[in-house]
Design a protein around this ligand. Structure first.
Ligand SMILES: [Zn+2]
Length: 85
């Protein structure tokens, strides 16, 4: 049996094989930032499942908010890569 393969190297291989762009983003604070205006909500207990941002009155599930922040960072990084190449 072969040695273990890390998830990130397997993901990179699958994306390469499928011709899909793969970019890494900074994971820090993705669950604390408002995807609407960029305000910081601060750290919350895991039992708190929603963010309500007083800066822009945005109410969103915290996992959905984190996914939107990650998506935004990925799109921003992809366009920065395009401009550099
Ligand atoms: Zn906001």
């Amino acid at each position: 049996m072969q040695g273990s393969v890390s998830y990130s190297s397997l993901l990179a291989w699958v994306c390469w094989k499928r011709g899909v762009y793969l970019g890494k983003v900074d994971y820090r604070y993705t669950s604390q930032i408002c995807p609407n205006c960029g305000a910081h909500a601060g750290k919350k207990d895991l039992s708190e499942r929603e963010h309500k941002f007083p800066e822009c009155h945005y109410l969103i599930n915290r996992d959905t908010a984190a996914a939107k922040v990650i998506c935004h960072r990925g799109v921003t990084a992809a366009f920065a890569d395009r401009r550099a190449n």
